[in-house]
Design a protein. Structure first.
Lengths: 951, 402
C-alpha cells in the first residue's frame, strides 16, 4: 500500500498543494517553517479523521478560512487503487473513499481498508518523529508487547480493549476486599438477611414455650374460675344470710318489745275523742273564767255613780246658776267701787301730802267753813308781806346791779366823755320799763295758764335769736334789744306773778311812757348824753336803794306780824292747813267722803262674799275642791256625767244578768264533758290524762311493733322455709363475708392478670403464626442468592473472557515478539557496529541493550542517539513483521538528526533494504541527507510555493 | 360396593422460598402466597368432595427453617378436615424429617403420622378395611432402601403404600429411600402413593405407582400445571383424577422473531405469546426463548442489554391480573460471521482448552471469599455453560469494538 499523491485543498499554511510520491524512499525536504510537519499531519488527518476540536492535536484548519481538507491517492495491492478524501463536515471531517472503478466505500469498508488501524495504532508503528522515539525506557514488556501486538494485528487491540474492559467489569462486579461492588454488597446483604432470619427463627423458637404457657394459663384460669364460682355461691349464701340474720334478730327483738308492753285495748280514736273533749273543756273553762271576770269587772265599775240625794242637790245647784252669777257680779262691782274710792283717797292723800298718821288724824280734823274763814286773812297777809319782801329784795339786787352797771358805765362814759344829760334822762327809764315788763309778763302768765312758762322761754329764745342775728349783722342796737329780751325772759322765768289787776293797771300807766322812753332812749342814744344819764341813774339808784331798804324793813315787820297771828290760829292742828286753806279744806272734805263711801261698799262686799262662800261650800261638799270660776262648768259636766253613768249603769245591770245565765250554762256543759272524759278514762282504766296518754303511746308502740313484725314475717317468708344452712351471728358473717370478698378480689386480680397474659400470649402466638417475616426473609435470601449467583456468573464470564484474551495474547507475545526482537537486534547491532549485540527484555520485562562484551544497559542508560536507534530498530522490525497485514508507508519526521554519519549510513542501508516492501516518507530540513542516499531518491521540495509564516 | 376414595398429595413445601427468582418484593409475596393458595385449593376440594381419607407423602414443609406461618396454615387446613371428619395420614420426608428441632404445632385428632419405622395403619370404610403402610424420615437422609421393610399385602382389604423417595439409579435426584418399580409391585398393594419427586408422573399402571408432583411449582424447573390425585379404588380397579391446584404456572415460552424489524414489534410479539399462554393457564412465571432472530435488526440485539428488554417486558405486566413474571429472555447465540474469525478463534480455543482446574483457579477469588458460602459450587455443566457464555460475551464485546 502506497500513497501516490497527496492533495491538500487547504491545510494549515498549504493551499492547493499537490505532492506526487513514488514507491520507495520519498525525501520531503524543506527548511524550517516550510510546512513539513503540516503535511505529515495532513496525511494522518485524512486517513484517520480530523482531531476533535477539544483535543490537544492541532486541526490545521486554514487561517484564511478557505477550503479545509485534502485527499490521498493510494495504490493498494490487496484492494486496488483507491482515493480517500476528507473535507470539512462533521468534526472528524466528511470522508469519502472511491475506488478506481468509481465504487465508493462506506465507514465499515474504510475500516477494512485501513486494516483495522486507528491513528494511535498507526502512529505506534508507522509514523514517528524524533519526539516519539523517546519514552521507550518507560515501557515495560507488557506495554511494549501490547503496543507491538496491538499495532501489529488488525483488531488485536480491540481484543486487548475487550480484555481491559471485561477485566474492569469483573472488578466492578466484585473485589476481594471491596465493599462497593454489587457482589460484595450483595454478599453483605445476604449475610444481614441470614442474621435477620436467625433472629426471626429465634423469635419463633418462643412459640412452643408460649403454647405451653398458654395451656398452663388456660388451666389456671379454669381452676380459678371454678374457685370463683364456688366463692360466688358462698358469697351468695352469705349475702342471703346478711339479709336474713338481721331480720331474724329484729323479729326476736320486736317480739320481746311487744311482750313487754301491757295488753290494753285502747278505744278507737280515744285520743282524738279525748282531745276533743279536753279541748272543749278547756274552752268552756276559759269561757267561764272570762264571764266571771267580766262580771266582776262590771260589778266593780258600779261604784262611780252618785247617790240620789247628791244628784238632786246637783240638779238644784245647777238650776241656781243665774243667781250665782249675779252675786258674783255684785261683789265684783263692790270691789270696783272700793278700789276707785281708794284711788281717790290716795290721790287726795298725795295731794295733801299726808302721812299715814296724818291721814288717820284727818278723820278728826276740824275742817269746817268757819275755821276756814278765820284762817284765810291771816295767811293772805303773810303772803302778801312775803311777796312784797321778795320783790323788794329782787329790786334791791337789781338796783345794786344797775348801780354797779351805771358805775361802770360812768367810768366808761367818763373815759368816753359821756354826757350828763343823757344819763339823767335814762336814769328814770329802766325802772319804769322794768316794771312794765314785769307787769306784762305777769299778765301773759295769767292769760295763758298752761303755757305761762312759755313766754319767758319764748322771750329767751327770741332774745337769743335777735342777739345772734344782731351780732352777726353787727346791729348793736338790736343786740341790746336781744339782751333785753333775754333779761326779760330770765326775769319772767324767775318771777312769779303778783296780782293780775295790779299788773294791768301798771301796764296801762306805763304803756305811753314806754313809747316815750323808747324815743328818749333813741334820742339819748342819738344825743350821746349817756353820761348824764348814768350819773342820774346812779343817783337814782342810790336813792332807790335807800328807799328799798326802808321799804324792806317795813315789810319785814309786817310779815312778822302776820306770821305770828297765823301761828296762833293753827297751833292745834296736826295738819298744816295754812298754805292753801280753801283747797285743803275742800280736799279734806273729799277725803273724808271717800272714806265713808268706801266703808259702805266694803260692807256690801262682805255680804256678797259671804253668800258666795256659802254656795261654794255647798258645791265643794258635792264635788270636792273646785276653782270658783269653773264651778258651774263642773257642775254641768258632772250632771251630764251622772246622767250618762246612769245609762251605763242600767245597761250593765242587764249585761250582768246575762252573764250570770251564761255562767250557769257553761257550768252545766263542763259538767257533761267531765263525765264524758271520765267515761273515756274508765275505758282504759286510768284516772289521769298522763296515764291516758301513756296508754295510748303503749298502744301505738304495740301496733307499730306488730306491723313491723308482720313485715318481717312477710320478708322472711320470701326466703323460703329454711333458707340458711347454718346459724350465723353477724360478726361471724361479716368476717366470712370479708374473707370471701377478699379472696374473690384476689382471685379476680389473679384471673385478670392471667387473662391479660393469656390475651397477650394468644396475640403473640397469632402474630407469630401470621407472621410472614421469616418466609419473606427466606424468600429474600433466596432472591439475593440468585442475584448473587447471576452476578457471579457474569463475573466469572468476564473473568474467563479476560483470562482467555490474556492467555491468547501472551501466547502471541511469546511467539511473535521474539521474532520482532530478533530482527530489531540484528538491526540494532548493525547500527551500532556490533557494539551492542542484543536488544532484549529483562526478567522484569524491561528493555535492555546488551553490549558486545555482554554488559547490559537499561534503555535510559543509553545515549540519546543509541536510544533512538534502539527504538528505530524496534519500529522498523515491527513494521517489517507487519508488512503482510499492515503494508502501510512509514512516515518519519527527521528522526536521524542525532545520528553520526556512520550510523546514518548504516541506517540508510537498512531502510534501503526495506524500500522494496515499504514506502517511506521522510521529512527533513537537512539538504545533505539526499546526498547520503547513494541511490536514487524521489526528492520533493516543500516551501517553494508556500508563503506565510505559520508552521 | 362403593369405591374407596382418597386424595393423594405430597411435597407441599408450604411457604418455602422460591429459588432462583430475582423478582421485586410484590412479585415475591405473590409467589410465596401461591403455595398457600394451592394448599387452600386442595383443602377446599377435600372439604367439598369429602373423600374417605387423605394421604400426604412427605415434605409438607421445606426444612428446618420452616415458617410457623406454614405450620399454622397447615394446622388450620387439618382443622377444617377434622371438622368434616376426614382422616389424614402423613409421612414426613427428607425435608421435614422427625429429627428436626423445629417448633411443632399440634395437629387435630384426625391426623395420623407415621413413625420412623415402616408401620401399618388401618381404617375401615363402609365395612372395607383399608391398610396404609408407610414411614416418616427419622433424619435428613434416608439412603437405605426402606422398601424392604414394607410388608407384602395380605388378601384382606385394600393396601396402600406411602413412600417418600426416589427410584434407585435416578441420576437426576439425590438418592432417598431408593426403590425400583418392580420392588413396589411385588408388595401387591393397590396403590403406591409416592412423594419426593416434584414432577407429576406415574411410574406404573397396575397397580398405580404415582408421584402426584407438588401442589405448586416453586422453581423454573418445576414447570407446568401442578396438583394432586383424587383416587378411587373399587376392588381391583383404580381410577385417578388429577386435580389442578397450582396458582402460578412456571413455563418456558418460545417466541419467534421472524419478520420483526423494530423493537415495538418485538415487544408486541412477546406479549402476544405470553397473553396466549396466560389465557390458558392463568398466573404464570415464564422464561422467553427467542427464535428466528436472524432477521432482527442488529441493534435491537446489541443496542440495549438483555436486562433492558426484560425490564421493558416486565413493565407491561406489572400490577395486572393474571399475574405474570418474566424471569429471563433467552437469545440465541450471536452469529460470528461478521467477526474476524482469526481474532476470536484463538481465544475460543484457549477457552476450550481449559480444564476444570483452570476454571476453579479462575473463580478461586470468589469462592475463597465469603460470597462462596452463598454460591453453588461449579459443576461440569456449569463450566460448559460458562464457556458458552464467555464465548458469547467475547463475540458481543468484539462486535461492539468493530
Amino acid at each position: 500500500m502506497k500513497i501516490k499523491k497527496i492533495v491538500l485543498y487547504g491545510f494549515g499554511r498549504h493551499e492547493n498543494l499537490e505532492i506526487d510520491l513514488h514507491s520507495g524512499m520519498n525525501l520531503l525536504y524543506g527548511p524550517n517553517e516550510a510546512g513539513k510537519t503540516t503535511i505529515q499531519q495532513a496525511v494522518l488527518h485524512i486517513l484517520f479523521g480530523f482531531p476533535q476540536k477539544n483535543q490537544q492535536e492541532l486541526r490545521y484548519e486554514p487561517k484564511t478560512g478557505g477550503k479545509y481538507g485534502g485527499c490521498l491517492y493510494i495504490a493498494d495491492e490487496e484492494f486496488g487503487n483507491w482515493m480517500i478524501e476528507r473535507v470539512r463536515g462533521k468534526s472528524s471531517g466528511d470522508v469519502s473513499i472511491r475506488f478506481e472503478d468509481g465504487r465508493s466505500a462506506g465507514e465499515e469498508e474504510m475500516k477494512i481498508l485501513l486494516r483495522g488501524y486507528d491513528r494511535q495504532a498507526f502512529e505506534a508503528v508507522f509514523s514517528f518523529s524524533l519526539f516519539q522515539l523517546q519514552g521507550l525506557e518507560k515501557m515495560d514488556e507488557d506495554d511494549l508487547s501490547r503496543t507491538l501486538l496491538a499495532s501489529g494485528t488488525t483488531g488485536l487491540d480491540s481484543l486487548w480493549k475487550v480484555e481491559k474492559r471485561v477485566e474492569k467489569e469483573a472488578s466492578d462486579l466484585f473485589k476481594k476486599s471491596g465493599r462497593v461492588p454489587p457482589m460484595n454488597q450483595k454478599v453483605t446483604e445476604i449475610k444481614e438477611l441470614e442474621q435477620a432470619m436467625l433472629k426471626e427463627q429465634q423469635k419463633l423458637a418462643a412459640y412452643e414455650p408460649l403454647t405451653e404457657r398458654q395451656r398452663e394459663l388456660t388451666q389456671q384460669v379454669r381452676a380459678l374460675r371454678e374457685e370463683e364460682q364456688q366463692l360466688h355461691s358462698q358469697a351468695d349464701e352469705q349475702m342471703l344470710a346478711m339479709q336474713i340474720v338481721p331480720l331474724q334478730q329484729k323479729e326476736r327483738q320486736l317480739t320481746d318489745q311487744l311482750s313487754a308492753l301491757p295488753d290494753v285495748h285502747f278505744p278507737a280514736e280515744g285520743i282524738r275523742r279525748y282531745e276533743e273533749l279536753a279541748g272543749r273543756q278547756a274552752e268552756l273553762a276559759i269561757r267561764k273564767q272570762r264571764l266571771l271576770k267580766e262580771q266582776q269587772q262590771l260589778q266593780t265599775d258600779l261604784v262611780e255613780l252618785m247617790p240620789d240625794s247628791e244628784r238632786r242637790l246637783l240638779e238644784r245647784l245647777t238650776a241656781q246658776e243665774a243667781e250665782w252669777h249675779r252675786m258674783r257680779t255684785d261683789t265684783l262691782s263692790a270691789e270696783q267701787e272700793i278700789r276707785l274710792l281708794e284711788t281717790k283717797r290716795q290721790q287726795l292723800k298725795n295731794r295733801l301730802a299726808l302721812t299715814d298718821n296724818q291721814l288717820e288724824a284727818m278723820e278728826d280734823l276740824d275742817i269746817s267753813i268757819q275755821r276756814e274763814r278765820k284762817l284765810e286773812p291771816l295767811i293772805e297777809q303773810q303772803k302778801d308781806a312775803e311777796q312784797q319782801l321778795k320783790a323788794l329784795n329782787r329790786m334791791l339786787a337789781e338796783a345794786e346791779n344797775e348801780r354797779e352797771d351805771a358805775e361802770q358805765r360812768k367810768q366808761q362814759l367818763e373815759r368816753q366823755a359821756v354826757t350828763q344829760q343823757e344819763l339823767e334822762k335814762l336814769e328814770k327809764w329802766p325802772e319804769t320799763k322794768q316794771r312794765l315788763a314785769e307787769a306784762k309778763a305777769m299778765l301773759s302768765v295769767a292769760d295763758q295758764q298752761s303755757n305761762g312758762r312759755l313766754v319767758p322761754l319764748f322771750l329767751l329764745v327770741i332774745g337769743l335769736i335777735i342777739g345772734a342775728y344782731s351780732i352777726w349783722q353787727q346791729q348793736w342796737l338790736f343786740a341790746a334789744a336781744g339782751a333785753v329780751c333775754l333779761a326779760a325772759g330770765a326775769w319772767l322765768w324767775k318771777k312769779r306773778p303778783a296780782s293780775l289787776e295790779e299788773q294791768q293797771a301798771f301796764i296801762r300807766d306805763n304803756e305811753p311812757l314806754a313809747a316815750e322812753m323808747e324815743s328818749l332812749s333813741v334820742r339819748f342814744e342819738g344825743q350821746k348824753r349817756e353820761q348824764q344819764q348814768v350819773f342820774t341813774e346812779i343817783e337814782k339808784m342810790e336813792r332807790k336803794l335807800g328807799n328799798l331798804v326802808s321799804e324792806m324793813e317795813q315789810l319785814h315787820e309786817r310779815k312778822q306780824q302776820a306770821a305770828s297771828e297765823l301761828k296762833k290760829a293753827v297751833q292745834d292742828d296736826r295738819i298744816d292747813l295754812t298754805f292753801t286753806i280753801q283747797e285743803s279744806f275742800r280736799m279734806l272734805r273729799e277725803l273724808q267722803d271717800a272714806s265713808a263711801e268706801q266703808q259702805t261698799w266694803r260692807q256690801r262686799l262682805q255680804a256678797g262674799k259671804q253668800q258666795l262662800q256659802e254656795r261654794m261650800n255647798e258645791v265643794e261638799a258635792l264635788l270636792g275642791p273646785v276653782p270658783e270660776n269653773a264651778v258651774y262648768e263642773r257642775l254641768r259636766q258632772e250632771l251630764m256625767n251622772q246622767k250618762e253613768l246612769l245609762g251605763k249603769y242600767r245597761s250593765r245591770e242587764q249585761t250582768l244578768q246575762k252573764l250570770q245565765s251564761d255562767i250557769q250554762e257553761t257550768d252545766a256543759l263542763l259538767q257533761t264533758i267531765e263525765t264524758e272524759i271520765q267515761t273515756l278514762f274508765d275505758l282504759v282504766e286510768v284516772s289521769e290524762k298522763e296515764q291516758f296518754y301513756r296508754a295510748f303511746q303503749d298502744d301505738q308502740q304495740a301496733q307499730l311493733l306488730k306491723r313491723q313484725l308482720a313485715e318481717i314475717y312477710s320478708q322472711l317468708t320470701l326466703y323460703g322455709d329454711k333458707p340458711l344452712t347454718a346459724d350465723w351471728t353477724l360478726p361471724d358473717l361479716e368476717r366470712s363475708r370479708g374473707n370471701t370478698a377478699e379472696r374473690l378480689t384476689a382471685l379476680r386480680n389473679e384471673v385478670t392478670e392471667l387473662v391479660d397474659e393469656q390475651v397477650k400470649v394468644g396475640h403473640e402466638l397469632t402474630q407469630m403464626g401470621k407472621s410472614g417475616a421469616l418466609s419473606e426473609l427466606q424468600q429474600l435470601f433466596e432472591v439475593r442468592k440468585t442475584e448473587l449467583a447471576d452476578l457471579a456468573q457474569q463475573w466469572m464470564v468476564r473473568k474467563a473472557a479476560a483470562e482467555a484474551i490474556r492467555q491468547t495474547m501472551s501466547e502471541w507475545k511469546e511467539h511473535q515478539l521474539p521474532a520482532v526482537l530478533e530482527m530489531a537486534n540484528d538491526w540494532f547491532s548493525r547500527l551500532t557496529a556490533s557494539r551492542y549485540r542484543t536488544l532484549g527484555l529483562t526478567a522484569e520485562g524491561y528493555f535492555q541493550a546488551v553490549t558486545h562484551s555482554g554488559q547490559s544497559f537499561q534503555i535510559n542508560e543509553l545515549s540519546q542517539a543509541t536510544k533512538e536507534q534502539a527504538y528505530l530498530s524496534l519500529r522498523l522490525a515491527l513494521a517489517s513483521a507487519l508488512s503482510d497485514r499492515a503494508p502501510f508507508p512509514i512516515i518519519m519526521d527527521d528522526p536521524f538528526v542525532h545520528f553520526d554519519n556512520e550510523r546514518l549510513s548504516r541506517m540508510i542501508e537498512i531502510i534501503k533494504e526495506l524500500e522494496p516492501s515499504h514506502q517511506f516518507l521522510y521529512f527533513t530540513c537537512r539538504s545533505d541527507i539526499e546526498a547520503k542516499w547513494l541511490s536514487d531518491v524521489h526528492k520533493v521540495e516543500i516551501g517553494t510555493k508556500v508563503k506565510g509564516e505559520i508552521d | 360396593m362403593e369405591a374407596i376414595r382418597f386424595l393423594h398429595t405430597a411435597d407441599l413445601h408450604l411457604d418455602s422460598p422460591f429459588k432462583g427468582m430475582a423478582a421485586g418484593p410484590n412479585e415475591l409475596a405473590r409467589l410465596q402466597q401461591s403455595t398457600f393458595s394451592a394448599f387452600d385449593r386442595f383443602i377446599d376440594y377435600a372439604v367439598k368432595v369429602r373423600p374417605d381419607f387423605i394421604v400426604i407423602v412427605g415434605d409438607l414443609y421445606d426444612g428446618e427453617d420452616r415458617s410457623l406461618r406454614a405450620q399454622i396454615r397447615f394446622q388450620q387446613g387439618m382443622q377444617r378436615l377434622y371438622e368434616k371428619e376426614i382422616p389424614v395420614f402423613i409421612t414426613y420426608g427428607n425435608h421435614d424429617h422427625l429429627a428436626g428441632s423445629w417448633t411443632r404445632v399440634s395437629l387435630p385428632a384426625n391426623v395420623q403420622t407415621f413413625s420412623e419405622e415402616v408401620e401399618q395403619k388401618q381404617l375401615t370404610i363402609r365395612g372395607e378395611k383399608v391398610f396404609l403402610h408407610g414411614f416418616s424420615y427419622p433424619q435428613r437422609h434416608v439412603t437405605e432402601p426402606m422398601i424392604a421393610d414394607y410388608p407384602v399385602a395380605s388378601d384382606e382389604g385394600i393396601h396402600i403404600g406411602l413412600l417418600h423417595g426416589s427410584v434407585a439409579g435416578d441420576a437426576e435426584h439425590a438418592v432417598y429411600a431408593p426403590f425400583t418399580v418392580s420392588e413396589l409391585q411385588e408388595k401387591n398393594y393397590h396403590y403406591w402413593a409416592l412423594g419426593h419427586i416434584h414432577k407429576r408422573q406415574q411410574l406404573a399402571e397396575d397397580p398405580p405407582v404415582v408421584y402426584p408432583g407438588n401442589l405448586q411449582g416453586r422453581h423454573r424447573k418445576e414447570q407446568g400445571i401442578k396438583g394432586f390425585y383424587d383416587v378411587s379404588i373399587t376392588r381391583g380397579k383404580t381410577s385417578l383424577n388429577f386435580v389442578r391446584t397450582s396458582d402460578i404456572v412456571f413455563s418456558r415460552l418460545t417466541v419467534s422473531c421472524e419478520g420483526i424489524d423494530y423493537a415495538d414489534d418485538w415487544v408486541t410479539r412477546c406479549q402476544e405469546t405470553i397473553d396466549r399462554f396466560i389465557a390458558e393457564s392463568g398466573n404464570a412465571v415464564v422464561e422467553l426463548i427467542m427464535e428466528d432472530t436472524e432477521g432482527l435488526a442488529g441493534d435491537l440485539q446489541r443496542a440495549s442489554s438483555e436486562w433492558e428488554w426484560l425490564d421493558i417486558l416486565r413493565e407491561q405486566y406489572s400490577g395486572i391480573e393474571p399475574f405474570v413474571w418474566i424471569t429471563s429472555i433467552d437469545w440465541p447465540a450471536v452469529s460470528n460471521e461478521e467477526l474476524p474469525a482469526a481474532l476470536l478463534e484463538p481465544v475460543e480455543q484457549t477457552l476450550a482448552s481449559w480444564p476444570a482446574d483452570e476454571w476453579q483457579g479462575l473463580v478461586k477469588d470468589l469462592y475463597s471469599h465469603r460470597a462462596g458460602r452463598y454460591l453453588e459450587s461449579l459443576t461440569a455443566n456449569d463450566m460448559e455453560q460458562l464457556k458458552q457464555q464467555t464465548a458469547a460475551l467475547l463475540a458481543a464485546e468484539l462486535l461492539k469494538e468493530r
